[in-house]
Design a protein around this ligand. Structure first.
Ligand SMILES: [Mn+2]
Length: 209
């Protein structure tokens, strides 16, 4: 049975991504699920996207959209997203690509094809969470990509356990119905990048240096 490997927000930290991947003894049938936030803050946004695209040539990869990518894709038409991008690490992304125009020129297909969520029989993967007041089918991007404690503090009686990032914790935040795996990679220099390996009912965490 294939393992599912969920990876939290990378935020341009190529060294941590490579360190994490080197610590996972990757099998050819492993399926990676990236929870978004490839870019912003860290020094190597472009290289991080190159690296995960490279990985997808060897392993099945599901790429979810994160708050950073959604903000970047929408800032041209929205003053609020423009402000968020400029103040939450966007300039590092522009530096990495050389210019804003280059982002879509170089990796437009990648960014346009990101998924909002995905799920297996036992797990539901999403960047930030689910709005507890809205039916699953009616959730829009801003619910799934930006929600915080309103989601975390609500109990979800779904068939799947929810695996999420966005809100960061010092260690994986494990509740009966959900697991947060974002440990602040890209925000704090000492924070590792975290992967959750789902292996036939077992849940195991792996951390970058
Ligand atoms: Mn993030």
């Amino acid at each position: 049975m294939s393992r599912y490997i969920a990876v939290a927000g990378i935020h341009g930290e190529l060294k941590k991504l490579n360190s994490l991947l080197s610590k996972i003894r990757i099998r050819s049938d492993d399926i990676f699920i990236f929870l978004g936030d490839y870019i912003d803050r860290g020094p190597n946004s472009k290289e991080v996207v190159d690296r995960v695209i490279e990985l997808s040539k060897h392993n099945q990869c599901i790429f979810l959209i994160g708050a950073s990518e959604y903000t970047m894709l929408n800032l041209k038409n929205d003053k609020y997203f423009k402000w968020i991008f400029e103040n939450y690490g966007g300039p590092a992304t522009i530096k990495s690509y050389g210019s804003y125009e280059n982002i879509m020129k170089i990796h437009g297909d990648f960014y346009r094809n990101l998924n909002l969520y995905c799920f297996t029989e036992k797990y539901f993967f999403v960047h930030a969470g689910i709005n507890p007041c809205i039916p699953l089918d009616d959730q829009d991007e801003t619910n799934l990509l930006y929600i915080g404690w309103n989601f975390i503090d609500s109990f979800f009686n779904l068939p799947q356990k929810i695996i999420f990032a966005h809100t960061n914790f010092q260690s994986p935040y494990i509740l009966p119905d959900k697991i947060g795996i974002d440990l602040g990679c890209g925000i704090y220099p000492q924070s590792p990048l975290c992967a959750l390996i789902l292996d036939n009912g077992k849940e195991k965490f792996v951390y970058s240096d």
